[in-house]
Design a protein around this ligand. Structure first.
Ligand SMILES: *Cc1c(COP(=O)(O)O)cnc(C)c1O
Length: 425
């Protein structure tokens, strides 16, 4: 028995499924949880002494790689000043100023502890601002695990959804409308029927939790136009894309401006941080100035704030994004000739699927366009890569992440291992 297996057997006794977040159980790739011990740069090590090049990168926060020396140094100094103050402090002020200075339309920002919390609060804020109840979301987007977001499409036309988890009341499901990505026609119908009931639509403008599903500019613009016509708000969930595609996230590269934005992952430099931001008059509705309640014992934790501050400062001059784009191009070129492998990439995000899609332009933009083989064959692919020292995201639906710690040599090793997968050769 490996140490991982031993720990997992113990963990199952004291923790549901042996893990604290379901995907870590590795069920989607036909395995059992791998216990990791440490990580640095692009490498992660398990408790049995194996090292892997990590392309999961903690699911997104680690744009500078594991244990970035500058972040670690700042964090050590922060810990020496006290691990939690529970008061106003200057570290969150500096991070808030950096963000509002860098992203013109974010006037004001509130820090929370996770992406889920940011989304939960953004929804409450949108409802308070509009006096309406219904929230529109899209199948194939993930917004964390607050009740009103654990909803999938109901039967029939786009409209009221149904609970995607036990324990979510039908009444809550009824207040979430669900539409399909990349489907302008059904979105139009939904707005015709429900437009005036909608407080806000929330979307990952580059959906990256169901593979990578780039949306057309026309689709996103149509959504924004419809919302404006119906006096409803647009929430961009940039928990993955914020500070990763560019400092200003998808909004910056698209030129679109949502009313509210949610951040997480990169913003915490590897620590638990989420945030919501937007126009001043909306943000001022939050307590203590406004009537919308929101709070957090460990919110704006000074250690996490300092980690985020260093992480974002390192991104400010744009050189990290250029470096990441070069790595991304290197990877794309290394895999370009493989007919049986779909590779979708945007900046440092990538998704690999075995098989081919039948969309006219060969790009997967909706969950339905993901070929069945990409799901069916992923377990074997993941295990093959793991055996070759490469840790991919442990689910066919999670995207891979590049960091500035990955080198072209790491990417070449990835490409070589991919080519050795029997079904691809
Ligand atoms: C990860 C993620 C969340 C949830 O963030 P947590 O910190 O895991 O709660 C929300 N939205 C998107 C787009 C995410 O990728």
């Amino acid at each position: 028995m490996s140490r991982s297996e031993e720990y997992f057997a113990r963990a199952r006794n004291v923790t549901p499924g042996g893990v604290h977040s379901p995907v870590r159980a590795l069920r989607a790739v036909g395995g059992t949880a791998l216990f990791m011990e440490s990580a640095s740069g692009a490498t992660i090590r398990d408790v049995d002494g194996n090292s892997y090049i990590d392309y999961c990168m903690s699911f997104g926060p680690l744009i500078h790689g594991h244990s970035d020396p500058e972040i670690i140094k700042a964090v050590h100094a922060a810990i020496d000043r006290g691990t939690s103050l529970g008061t106003a402090e200057q570290y969150s002020l500096e991070l808030a100023e950096l963000i509002t200075d860098s992203i013109a339309w974010v006037d004001s920002i509130r820090f929370v502890n996770s992406g889920t919390e940011a989304v939960m609060t953004a929804i409450r804020l949108a409802r308070a601002a509009t006096g309406r109840v219904k929230i529109l979301k899209f199948d194939g987007c993930y917004h964390g695990h607050t009740d009103s977001m654990l909803i999938r499409a109901g039967s029939g036309l786009a409209g009221p959804g149904q609970a995607d988890s036990a324990g979510v009341p039908a009444g809550i499901a009824a207040d979430t409308l669900v539409a399909q990505l990349d489907d302008i026609h059904s979105l139009e119908q939904l707005f015709d029927r429900h437009g005036d009931e909608i407080a806000a639509a929330i979307i990952e403008p580059l959906p990256a939790n169901y593979g990578l599903l780039p949306q057309t500019g026309a689709f996103l613009q149509m959504l924004a136009d419809q919302l404006q016509r119906h006096d409803a708000l647009l929430i961009f969930d940039e928990v993955i894309t914020g500070f990763r595609l560019a400092l200003g996230g998808f909004a910056e590269i698209s030129g679109m401006q949502p009313d509210l934005v949610t951040y997480g992952k990169v913003i915490g430099g590897g620590f638990p941080v989420g945030a919501l931001g937007g126009r001043r008059e909306l943000m001022d509705l939050l307590a203590p100035d406004g009537p919308v309640y929101q709070a957090g014992t460990l919110s704006a934790n000074p250690v996490a704030m300092v980690a985020g501050l260093v992480a974002l400062r390192k991104l400010r001059d744009g050189s990290a994004y250029r470096e990441l784009d070069e790595h991304a191009n290197h990877l794309a070129n290394a895999l370009a000739d493989l007919d049986d492998l779909l590779v979708q990439q945007r900046g440092s995000l990538f998704w690999m699927g075995l098989g081919q899609t039948d969309t006219p332009d060969g790009i997967v933009r909706s969950p339905e366009a993901i070929p069945e083989s990409a799901v069916k064959r992923y377990s074997a692919f993941f295990q093959h890569m793991l055996g070759n020292g490469i840790y991919l995201p442990p689910s066919p639906f999670e995207v891979g992440f590049l960091s500035t710690a990955h080198t072209d040599q790491h990417l070449d090793e990835l490409a070589v291992a991919v080519r050795q997968f029997p079904a691809i050769q």
